[in-house]
Design a protein around this ligand. Structure first.
Ligand code: FAD
Ligand code: SF4
Length: 512
């Protein structure tokens, strides 16, 4: 047994009792350190709800550790001695508390991990075992591959975990992926479950007051805070989804509807990303729900794919490719992020709905992020950096390892197609098919060149035309370019001109 006294730093997204750096903790001798710091809360203007979630969950986690007899040193945001940065606090407390060893689990942010590596202390690093696939394992899988494909990585993860696998090594149901069953629009009769809500206790109320006072200039509302901040409440949120959301998740995971921010989505990403939920348990619960006949295979497979496919995949890509990945801008975009991303003041109903609910709940589901706010930024040629900052700031579940590959890679295709084989660009027709947004929009989704035409339509063709050199050779874009070539020259010109006019409006700082 190691006799050295340990200082175990736990970061705000590492609130798991089985965290690797906490497993050999000696409660008689070692100390766990948690710090609320200015640099992490302010390096982008995080949504106030996100700051409440993290600080409150940290305070609850500290209390739970203390109740287990573990000695915890907690530095609150307003502590006058607080240096304002994680490395600053680590150095200050290591010399004050005189520890022989400092232990830390891998970070979720390259920037923070680098600053800790340079802080002058010999840190003993632990692998983040909360992921199914470690950084090293992903890098071995990716070795010698020019382009990565999530689907193949996902199959490896299915084999590794044994989830939805037959004993002979084949996937249950005879197919790895049932995505084609998961693209239904919402029927008028569908009723989404009322979202589970959790009341704010005294600890959370204190944090809300602190955040109101200190972060008043950050975008987003903190008026209602009803998200779980403890492991027990996160489990209840998950149980609620298993009972009321999961069965319809597969069918309607791509659907969108006015004033329906959550539909059949789980809302668990923030709790999962900060460590209140465990990915292996979630997947095993979903598999059991299928095996006991409570849900269909497309729902189970679709959900498990998000967790052990997409989530693990973007984690792997981030750590494989950072820091160069963050600089990707393959289309050479230079247009700043329009102001209406921060206010929701736009006449485009789909954007107003997606941005409005993001400001209110710090939440939007995947298709809103990908095909509405993301799609618009892609078509409009927004600087990837500025869009990434917006996603990182506005969503409660946003941490660099997961936000960056999703935004820069999946949405903006700024990595040149390393993460996804083609850009997810679409005209207003897609949004119309998957939502009821267009019915109450001032723009006409079936028009593309008139003054009242849906901006997505002309911007879509403008994007296809202006990046023809890069995209025409992509075999997955073949049909799109065939369709472009089939248009009469006069139509192509009219689309180009309307696209130019819309972009000029953005350049003049006007909303659309
Ligand atoms: P559900 O729709 O119920 O899905 C279940 C779970 O699958 C999610 O909780 C999440 O853990 C996982 N998942 C699904 N897709 C992805 C994905 N592409 N990457 C990682 N995990 C995934 N997710 C984040 O957790 N943090 C982010 O910062 C984030 N940024 C995104 C930015 C963009 C531009 C896009 C297109 C997607 C982003 N996602 C991010 C993925 C996804 O949108 C959210 O995980 C999801 O909307 C969270 O809501 P939910 O818990 O209701 O998820
Ligand atoms: Fe969005 Fe266009 Fe539909 Fe309006 S018409 S909601 S801008 S897709």
């Amino acid at each position: 047994m190691n006799k050295n006294r340990r200082l175990c730093l736990v970061l705000g997204d590492q609130l798991s009792f089985d965290l690797a750096s906490l497993t050999e903790l000696d409660s008689q001798r070692d100390v766990v350190l948690l710090v609320e710091v200015r640099e992490e809360a302010r390096h982008v203007p995080h949504h106030p709800k996100k700051i409440v979630l993290i600080f409150s969950a940290m305070r609850h986690f500290a209390r739970a550790l203390q109740q287990q007899g573990i000695c915890v040193h907690y530095v609150s945001f307003d502590d006058p001695l607080n240096t304002g940065s994680v490395p600053g606090e680590l150095v200050r407390l290591q010399s004050q508390l005189q520890f022989e060893e400092v232990h830390l689990t891998e970070c979720g942010d390259w920037r923070l991990e680098q600053s800790l590596k340079k802080c002058g202390l010999a840190i003993q690093w632990h692998t983040d075992t909360r992921f199914l696939c470690s950084r090293d394992e992903f890098s071995s899988w990716a070795k010698d591959k020019k382009q990565l494909r999530m689907e193949f990585f996902y199959r490896e993860m299915r084999r590794k975990s044994g989830l939805l696998m037959n004993t002979n090594g084949s996937p249950v149901g005879g197919s790895w992926n049932f995505d084609t069953d998961n693209r239904k629009a919402l029927p008028k009769s569908a009723v989404a479950p009322y979202p589970a809500r959790f009341s704010a206790d005294a600890i959370t109320q204190d944090v809300i007051a602190l955040v109101r006072d200190q972060f008043a200039n950050h975008y987003g509302s903190v008026d209602v805070f009803d998200y779980p901040v403890t492991h027990a409440d996160a489990q209840s949120l998950w149980g609620y989804f298993l009972d009321f959301g999961l069965a319809a998740f597969g069918d309607y995971q791509d659907a969108m509807a006015c004033n329906e921010p959550f539909l059949f989505h789980a809302r668990i990403s923030a709790a999962l990303n900060i460590g209140l939920l465990n990915v292996r348990q979630l997947c095993s619960d979903v598999e059991s729900a299928y095996l006991t006949g409570r849900i269909k295979l497309n729902a189970a497979e679709g959900f498990i794919r998000q967790l052990i496919g997409w989530r693990e995949y973007v984690h792997g890509v981030y750590w494989l490719k950072m820091p160069d990945y963050a600089g990707g801008n393959v289309f050479g975009n230079s247009r700043p992020l329009p102001e209406f991303y921060w206010t929701g003041k736009t006449q485009m109903n789909c954007m107003r709905q997606a941005i409005g609910q993001s400001l209110e709940y710090a939440y939007a589901h995947h298709i809103q992020r990908l095909m509405v706010t993301g799609n618009f930024a892609l078509l409009a040629g927004i600087v990837p950096d500025e869009l990434c900052e917006w996603y990182l700031a506005i969503y409660m579940d946003a941490f660099d390892w997961v936000e960056l590959p999703n935004t820069l890679g999946m949405v903006m295709h700024a990595d040149g197609g390393y993460l996804g084989s083609k850009p997810y660009c679409a005209s207003g027709q897609y949004i119309n098919r998957m939502s009821d947004y267009c019915r109450s929009c001032v723009y006409k989704v079936r028009e593309s060149t008139t003054d009242d035409a849906c901006p997505f339509n002309a911007l879509y063709w403008h994007f296809i035309m202006r990046h023809s050199e890069i995209l025409r050779g992509n075999h997955r874009m073949g049909m799109t370019y065939k369709n472009l070539d089939r248009l009469p020259e006069s139509k192509r010109q009219a689309l180009w001109l309307r696209g130019q006019m819309l972009l000029a409006k953005l350049d003049a700082g006007e909303s659309l």
